[in-house]
Design a protein around this ligand. Structure first.
Ligand code: NAG
Ligand code: NAG
Length: 210
């Protein structure tokens, strides 16, 4: 009887560990810089318990004067501030409420891969993970252009840390690889987000308040 209990507990533990290991990390406090093809595109700093979120995106033109835009959501203010550095002069709008859905990038991405409980599809040995990556895959066919897209998410197994996403585009008929796009989650850090991530880049008194 005792032995059976032990075996059951052991089995449950193994199952539980298996499930835990298979989950996509889903922290409610995180920050990272998103790069596509080696170029910084966006920065996210999400702190759900603190009720603060920041999404910053860089402009694609080379003009330094038009650097980019930033959204900062502050729950205590019940506002989502939009700072626009691509207009001249730079301006800001203090919109009521928020945040809008796109600000929580990671949580949306997990949904697109089947949710945080989704068990990984494959273990892949990859130098970007300093060893083993857990990977999740989605694919879809774009029949109009005859493309097939395969998107794979890589999470470093040892630290449960998001590393990159690799999107491959194939010719649907010949299966020839047409292009590969690598999105990286650089400087991924979890835990309480320092306040400087939410420093307003402009004096709020100048903001338009709808
Ligand atoms: C896409 O097309 C390929 C080749 O015809 C097929 O093997 C695959 O199952 C399709 N995938 C989806 C998600 O429909
Ligand atoms: C913002 O502008 C207002 C009005 O010009 C000024 O009174 C205030 O000191 C400024 N705040 C900061 C932090 O610069």
């Amino acid at each position: 009887m005792q032995a059976m209990m032990t075996v059951t507990v052991l089995l449950l533990t193994v199952l539980w560990i298996g499930l835990t290991m298979g989950q996509i990390p889903n922290p409610n406090q995180y920050r990272f810089t998103l790069t596509i093809g080696g170029r910084a595109q966006e920065r996210y700093a999400i702190d759900e318990p603190a009720g603060k979120m920041s999404r910053l995106w860089y402009s694609n033109d080379a003009d330094e004067e038009f650097g980019g835009n930033q959204d900062i959501y502050v729950r205590d203010d019940a506002r989502t501030y939009f700072f626009d550095f691509m207009s001249k002069p730079p301006g800001c709008i203090a919109n009521r409420g928020g945040p809008y859905n796109r600000m929580n990038y990671w949580s949306n991405l997990i949904q697109s891969f089947g949710g945080e409980q989704k068990i990984y599809d494959e273990l892949i040995f990859d130098p970007d993970c300093d060893g083993t990556c857990l990977t999740w895959k989605t694919e879809f066919n774009e029949t109009y252009h005859h493309f097939r897209y395969v998107n794979r998410l890589y999470v470093k197994k040892a630290e449960q840390k998001p590393i990159k996403m690799v999107m491959r585009k194939y010719d649907l008929d010949t299966e020839k690889l047409l292009s590969t796009t690598v999105t990286r989650f650089v400087n991924w850090i979890t835990g309480k987000v320092p306040d400087y991530e939410y420093d307003y880049p402009m004096n709020l008194t100048t903001c338009y308040k709808p």
